[in-house]
Write a protein of this length. Structure first.
Ligand code: ADP
Ligand code: MG
Length: 696
């Protein structure tokens, strides 16, 4: 009797052990790569390609073009160079001559070669003396009896120990032949046509074994678009759901209210501030909760924008709260508010550490009774047990931290408040569109007028005397300065200049004639306050500190910044620190002492000295480290991309974003028949991470 026919879906779920070329011992290796079924193998995209379209004999090589040769390993030499580096040279004998492959500072590459081994090399050759040379070519070892693959672009898959590239290629190739025809297209046919996307069954074989560069580009476009589109669709639909389910007070910025608020500001707003305020006012005027990210470099004037939003809430008889991540920052904000609101009738309170239980309970009572309009405090304290009478706006100052997903849970009955999140770390646009895709974004690109530029120097140990001499001269002219050391783990205490040590050394040496203060995270709030007050008033001339506590400090007379062990700071952090000294009418001077031990650190420090534009630095940081690192994959909770690359695929992201908006508007539940497969795919991938529930 015949077994019942299997459906395509069942066939695609065939376990890998039943695929051609997979014996029992390989099953385990494939599993290690996350490949369990035939479908997994089909969608195991190459991480790179080896371009063998131009394969040559040695006597046909041309300089500077990507070409490939094959031959046998004849010599292997690993030399160390003076400065701790190494050069690996591998001489390969080919039919009509020799070629030398070299690798700098990659001694581990030595392990890949053995004498007599057959290899393919591809790269751009150069004629060095008598012999052709390729530096850092792509290599591939060939089995004893294996033909050199010819004339094609070959996939390079992620591997695991014990599995060879050619073996995986064979497995994928076999799976493509058997299973491609069973795959279902997610996009309707007209959609593919109108968006110039290749159908799945055409694109899949070409992404694995491209016939030429053009086909590879088309195939890749199809998969990248799909990946970005599905995410953008999920984000668009989530946003619609939230709008449907939530309500917030509608707070219109009438001309009278607007004029009353502006009277409090002692300066003209910048164009960026105006734009942000109009975006925020439009959001808050609607009966849906605002969900907006306000990004702007340190000193771009975000606080004023936040104050506008808070006063808009107060003008309508509601309460607003401003939360900061640290005590020092919360106090800074409280001070700013005091200055701006001292002539207003707005009732203000601070919820910051150091209150007695009695004081605290009085304030809590006033907040609950609606006798306080505006509350400023640290996140921790406010989230504790504060109950509001009529809260309409929550402003969260994240500074350089990204906890956006983790919403504050503030207690109150009735409608939701509006949310405004501020960040001083400029975020690349592609990242806001993906990881923060469900937030609206306002950006302050310009600085308030009259800002002085900051001069940045990267210095080695030998420059110390000169820097301190300059530092003393400026202190003598009445300026103030910071000396920042990295926060170090106990275990590496020995390796880095510790805070106390730095303080002692300076106080008894280079800066002994000046008044120094010390501030760090382990001090109690009252002590910190006293030090900060002394610094603000000028009683302390030089503040020795770690990076964590002091972000957000606003002391315009401080124009000098010394950063110790600069290689230990991230680019965003360095930039934040430099932002401390660009606040007043005097130019700033920032000196970074650093000993970059890795290429990445060197690149970072070079970028830091080359520009003061935070958005430019954010893009560079993104290029050096990639988005995963910048945000920590777990933190945003979305699965990583399989093929899209936010740096490379910006244009496709824009396209996918627009198309997703259009589709979500036309069919918000994706309930039309032709969208059923898209809906299914979207829920499978993002339903859980984005709490989409069922969209139907
Ligand atoms: P951020 O929070 O974005 O780092 P702040 O809001 O603290 O920046 O503003 C930095 C400084 O610039 C403050 O001293 C503030 O009073 C001032 N400032 C803000 N907006 C303007 C403006 N439009 N014109 C002049 N000064 C401004
Ligand atoms: Mg600020």
């Amino acid at each position: 009797m015949d077994a019942p026919q299997k459906s395509p879906a069942e066939l695609l779920a065939t376990p890998v052990q039943f695929l051609q070329g997979v014996g029992p011992h390989r099953v385990e290796l494939l599993r290690r790569l996350g490949l369990f079924t035939a479908r997994d193998v089909l969608f195991c995209f190459p991480r790179d390609y080896q371009d063998l379209t131009d394969q040559r004999e040695i006597d046909q090589l041309e300089e500077g073009r990507l070409q490939s040769v094959h031959g046998m390993v004849e010599e292997i030499e690993l030399r160390s160079t003076g400065s701790g580096g190494s050069v690996l040279g591998v001489l390969v004998r080919c039919n009509t001559g020799h070629l030398r492959a070299i690798w700098f500072n990659q001694p581990f590459m030595r392990e890949k070669f053995s004498f007599g081994q057959r290899v393919m090399l591809s790269g751009k050759p150069r004629h060095e003396g008598l012999v052709w040379q390729m530096s850092h070519p792509r290599i591939e070892t060939l089995a004893e009896d294996e033909q050199a693959p010819a004339g094609k672009i070959f996939p390079v898959y992620p591997l695991t120990e014990g599995l060879q590239q050619w073996q995986l290629r064979k497995i994928v190739c076999g799976a493509l032949e058997t299973y491609t025809k069973l795959l279902d297209e997610v996009f309707p046919a007209e959609y593919l046509d109108s968006h110039q996307l290749w159908p799945l069954r055409r694109a899949l074989p070409e992404i694995h074994f491209p016939s030429d560069h053009e086909s590879l580009a088309r195939a890749r476009r199809r998969f990248v678009y799909q990946e970005l589109f599905i995410l953008q669709l999920a984000l668009a639909i989530r946003r619609r759901q939230q709008h449907d389910q939530r309500q917030a007070p509608s707070l219109e910025a009438t001309a009278r209210i607007d004029a009353r608020i502006r009277r409090l500001f002692p300066f003209e707003l910048t164009a960026g501030q105006e734009q942000a305020i109009s975006e925020i006012a439009a959001d808050m005027g609607a009966p849906l909760p605002m969900n907006r990210l306000l990004q702007g470099d340190v000193g771009s004037g975000k606080t004023v924008v936040a104050v506008y939003a808070m006063l808009l809430a107060v003008a309508h008889g509601y309460q607003a709260v401003l939360m900061a991540p640290t005590e020092v920052l919360a106090r800074q904000h409280a001070l700013t508010l005091e200055e701006l609101l001292s002539h207003s009738r707005v009732r203000r309170a601070q919820l910051i550490g150091g209150l007695t239980p009695k004081q605290r309970s009085v304030i809590l009572g006033q907040i609950a009774d609606g006798e306080i309009d505006v509350v400023v405090g640290t996140q921790a304290i406010i989230q504790d047990d504060v109950e509001f009478k009529k809260l309409a706006l929550v402003v969260i100052d994240e500074q350089h931290k990204f906890g956006v997903r983790q919403r504050a849970t503030l207690r109150q009955a009735g409608p939701d408040p509006h949310y405004l999140v501020m960040t001083a770390t400029p975020i690349p646009r592609t990242v806001t569109m993906t990881l923060f895709g469900d937030l609206d974004v306002s950006t302050l690109r310009d600085m308030p007028p009259g800002r002085q530029k900051v001069n940045t120097y990267l210095a080695g140990e030998d420059k110390r005397p000169r820097w301190w001499e300059f530092f003393r001269k400026k202190l003598g002219e009445g300026r103030q300065g910071y000396v920042v050391t990295p926060l170090v783990e106990e275990s590496e205490q020995a390796a880095a200049a510790s805070l106390d040590e730095t303080y002692e050394t300076l106080a008894n040496g280079e800066l002994e004639a000046f008044r120094l203060g010390l501030i760090h995270g382990r001090m109690d709030p009252a002590e910190k306050d006293a030090v900060m007050d002394d610094f603000r008033s000028g009683r302390i001339q030089v503040l020795v500190c770690t990076s964590v506590v002091e972000v957000g400090v606003d002391v315009p007379n401080a124009t000098l910044m010394t950063i110790e062990d600069g290689q230990r700071f991230g680019l965003a952090q360095l930039h934040q620190l430099r932002g401390r000294i660009s606040r007043g009418k005097f130019p700033g001077f920032c000196c970074v002492f650093a000993d970059p031990k890795t290429e990445e650190a060197a690149e970072r420090l070079k970028a830091f000295t080359s520009t003061t534009d935070g958005f430019e630095l954010a893009e560079t940081d993104f290029k050096i480290r990639g988005p995963g690192d910048l945000f920590g994959t777990q933190q945003h909770g979305l699965p990583p991309f399989r093929i899209a690359d936010l740096l490379r695929d910006q244009e496709l992201l824009d396209e996918a974003h627009r198309d997703a908006q259009t589709l979500a508007a036309a069919d918000p539940g994706l309930s039309q028949d032709q969208h059923a497969k898209l809906r299914h795919m979207m829920l499978a991938r993002y339903g859980k991470a984005l709490e989409l529930g069922d969209v139907g």
